[in-house]
Structure formats: C-alpha cells, structure tokens
Design a protein. Structure first.
Length: 228
C-alpha cells in the first residue's frame, strides 16, 4: 500500500512536471510569436514610412520644381549602400520622365536645347538631366532668380547686342552686372535659351504614371509625363 502511494505520488510529480514544462513551452512559443509579430509590424511601418516619402508625389499632378525635388531625393537615396532595418539600400530607385510633349511645346529648336531626349531615366547624378537642372538652380542661387529671369525676358535684346559686340554692356544695363556661369565665363545666349526651358519646366505640370516595387515592397520606379 505504501509502495502504491509512492508510485502515485511519483506519477503525480511527473505529471505536474510535464504540465509545467508544457506551460513553459507554450509561454515561450507565445512570446516568440508576439516578438515576431511586433518585429514584422515594426518593419512594415518602417517600409510604409520609407515609401511614403516617394509616393506622396504620385497621388496627384505635380509641378516641375517638385519633380526636381523627387529627382534629387532619389539620387541621394541611391548613393547609400548600407541596409538599415527594413530598408534595403541595395535596392535602388529610378525616376522616368516623359518629356516628349514638353519638348514640342517649349524646347529650343536647335542643338542648344536643354532637354534633348523624349524620356529621361534618372537614378544617379551623372545624367545630363539632373546635372543641368542643378546647374541652373545653382546659378539662380548665385545670381538671384530675378537676374536670371531678366536675362531670359531680354533674350532678343541681348542677341542683337551680341551681333553688335555690345553683349556684356547690354547685360549690365539689363541686370546691373555681368552674369557668369559655373565655369566663371559670361553666360552665353545658348545658356539663356536653356534657362528659359528650365523656367518653363519648373512651372509646368507633370502627371504621375505607374509605380513599380521591389520584391520586398520598396518603391522601385516612379514615372511622370508632361501634362499639356
């Protein structure tokens, strides 16, 4: 009888131990599940916030000056190489801009045109598109927007002065100084023509097209086209 009681006590102890172990395993699994869910939710939130920085330009029509901001944002991102949280910086972003109709409406009808392609695909700062636009923005910052607009508005007058070898003299009359380009030379008539295109680009309207995504959900490509 005493042995039977001991056996029952041992069996009960084993059963309790198994129940405790089972409870611990269940608690561990639940904890792992919640941690995994929390991590997944955090990564999803990070990815959503990352995409929002680019998708906010695709919900409605935007102006050219906003498109320049998009281009520069993409270029800055593509320079990064590290992987941070859910954002994989090895997955690059591209901006496509359809300029065909813009060229037909505002493009300079000769080889000095600022926009020479129907479509620009931009993912780095080594494209003519991004380089030239930033050059003109730099000139605006250096010589003021007012001065550049005066040059553009007086293009025909300056062209006539050029033929009469009075180019810099007339430029001083128009803006009060001789405007230099980024190379330190007097800004040329062709650059003024290009600036006129640049000014039209900034104020023009572009509509967003399709958005493409990488396999991890990050934005891969955003596209725009000039809206007549």
């Amino acid at each position: 009888m005493e042995n039977a009681s001991k056996a029952l006590l041992m069996a009960g102890g084993v059963l309790i131990a198994l129940l405790v172990i089972g409870a611990l395993v269940l608690m561990f699994n639940q904890l792992s599940y919640y941690q995994k869910s929390e991590t997944t939710s955090e990564k999803t939130q990070q990815l959503t916030e990352f995409n929002k920085e680019y998708l906010k330009y695709t919900y409605d029509d935007i102006k050219g000056y906003e498109l320049i901001s998009v281009v520069n944002k993409v270029i800055d991102y593509n320079i990064k190489e590290n992987v941070g949280n859910s954002v994989d910086y090895t997955k690059k972003i591209t901006v496509d801009i359809n300029m065909k109709n813009f060229k037909s409406k505002y493009g300079v009808r000769n080889v000095t045109s600022l926009f020479t392609k129907d479509t620009y695909t931009i993912n780095s700062d080594n494209t003519i598109f991004s380089t030239d636009l930033n050059n003109f923005r730099a000139m605006e910052n250096t010589y003021t927007l007012s001065a550049m607009n005066k040059l553009s508005a007086n293009y025909d007058t300056l062209k006539q002065a050029k033929e009469e070898n009075q180019y810099e003299i007339k430029m001083k009359e128009v803006v009060g100084k001789v405007v230099k380009n980024n190379s330190g030379n007097t800004i040329s008539l062709s650059e003024i023509e290009q600036y006129r295109e640049y000014s039209e680009f900034k104020s023009s309207t572009f509509k967003p097209l399709n958005v493409e995504y990488h396999d991890n959900g990050q934005v891969k490509k955003i596209s725009f086209e000039f809206k007549n």
